[in-house]
Design a protein around this ligand. Structure first.
Ligand code: SAH
Length: 448
């Protein structure tokens, strides 16, 4: 066990899933924030456990050529970005490496390399922002949570968001301060505005503003609408009622204050409608490239029935509809299913069907009803597939499974389970949808 407050010299030899550097000292893994692979540092131990420790750099003895100055003035405080201190080249290298090593270590693969779709820009790429709101000396402000806390770090201008989004945030904050609308206070569970949520169509520029509030109404709402209307692209204002304690940003009930309650955008040539509650990939350009890979890997023919589990608003489902005989999407959020059905209609797609429910349960029930599928796409949240979904996949026994994943560790775990059920990994591709942030997306194809 290492000694707290002791300083050790070590080389950064890896990164964690969260983007921290890892050093090895006397067989113990030391997690070091803001470290760069290959750097020799003097590290002070801040926390020591039997098999691991947490440390801080006190001096860099050999600096990596991939270390760069942070562009963002609040980068060190703000918990939004993880990689402001390294080159984008190093960031994509480590992300590809993470996908490769997960598949090799957890799914028994022997991949020598992993291709990654690098993003053309690290700036202004997000089409969604969620700003937590807080107050200081009676003045409301918004920003982002400090890493690991619920302390709001004020940020005037976030580099990974388009400037228009910060404009929306500023308009809402100005309205709050002008009319004495209180920010929510987590400790006392009082106050009103919790989060400013903004979604802006990358192609359409249409902008949805959603205020997550600890209540059911906001004072002088018409004044806020009047101010928002001055912002080009402003389309709709909704309230999300969230009166519960806890970390969830949105509540279950939505109240539209300015119609229509959703925005439209164009994705892979489809006109899509998006409600506040529906999932939509935050990096439009990279999402399109990711879906193109997924569709290519799927190798669909006109006779195929395709099942898309965790389908959201039906983006992948509808992209595949043209090539397939029939497509079926399953999604648990009712608003997203409504969007998906509407998206099929607005694009004149008649061979798509959507079900609302848990992916695993719905798939098992479809299989029991005798539905046959040739190809399955899954795109689950970070926790990956549950036992029902794995069971359903093995009963359907589709020719191919295309797995789109936002967590390489659960992807690799599920690939291992599917390999036990007669599948083998055919293609694997990493994609960077979150420049400057540690999350990495990937897509793999399994064949029976
Ligand atoms: N394929 C879509 C959405 C992927 S995100 C796209 O690319 O846009 C994952 C989706 O799974 C979300 O829409 C989420 O609401 C949904 N989801 C989460 N848990 C689920 C479950 N148990 N069953 C079905 N869908 C679920």
């Amino acid at each position: 066990m290492l000694t707290k407050n002791e300083i050790y010299e070590a080389v950064i030899c890896d990164y964690t899933a969260e983007g921290q550097g890892v050093a090895r000292v006397d067989g113990c893994a030391v997690f070091v924030p803001n470290a760069v692979f290959g750097e020799k540092c003097r590290i002070r131990i801040e926390k020591a456990q039997k098999t691991w420790a947490a440390g801080k750099i006190v001096e860099i003895l050999e600096r990596s050529p991939h270390r760069v100055n942070r562009e963002c003035p609040v980068a060190k405080l703000c918990g939004g970005c993880d990689f402001q201190h390294i080159t984008y080249q190093e960031e994509t290298r480590l992300k590809a490496e993470r996908v490769r090593s997960c598949l090799n270590k957890l799914a028994g693969e022997d991949l020598a390399e992993m291709p990654i779709l690098a993003a053309p820009t690290c700036h202004g790429y997000r089409n969604k922002a969620q700003y937590p709101v807080s107050s200081k000396n009676g003045r409301a402000y918004a920003g982002f949570f400090k890493a690991g806390t619920h302390q709001v770090v004020e940020n005037d201008r976030c580099g990974i968001l388009p400037a228009e989004m910060d404009g929306v945030k500023d308009t809402v904050i100005a309205y709050m301060n002008r009319h004495g609308v209180p920010a929510y206070d987590e400790l006392s569970h009082t106050g009103l505005v919790r989060h400013i949520y903004v979604r802006r169509g990358a192609v359409s520029g249409q902008t949805l503003v959603c205020l997550a509030i600890n209540g059911r109404a906001i004072p002088q709402a018409y004044r806020l609408v009047a101010e928002l209307k001055k912002i080009p692209g402003f389309t709709t204002l909704v309230l999300s009622v969230n009166t519960k304690k806890g970390n969830a940003v949105l509540g279950d009930e939505f109240i539209t204050l300015h119609c229509p309650g959703y925005i439209e955008d164009t994705l892979c040539g489809l006109n899509v409608r998006l409600s506040a509650r529906s999932f939509y990939q935050v990096n439009h350009h990279q999402a399109q490239r990711l879906y193109e890979v997924a569709i290519r890997q799927a190798g669909i023919t006109k006779n195929d029935t395709v099942l898309d589990l965790y389908c959201g608003v039906g983006t992948i489902t509808l992209c595949m509809a043209k090539a397939a005989g029939k497509v079926i999407g399953v999604e648990v959020i009712p608003q997203a299913v409504e969007d998906a059905r509407d998206n099929a209609k607005r694009n004149g797609i008649e061979n798509a069907q959507f079900f609302c429910g848990d992916a695993g349960e719905a798939a098992l029930s479809l299989e029991k009803q005798g539905v046959k599928v040739d190809m399955v796409v899954v795109d689950p949240p970070r926790k990956g597939l549950n036992a029902d979904a794995i069971e359903a996949l093995s009963r359907f026994a589709p020719r191919r499974i295309v797995y789109v994943s936002c967590d390489p560790a659960t992807l690799a775990r599920d690939v291992a389970l599917l390999k036990e059920r007669g599948y083998m990994l055919k293609n694997a591709q990493a994609a960077d949808l979150f420049p400057r942030c540690a999350h990495v997306e990937s897509v793999v194809c399994l064949v029976r």
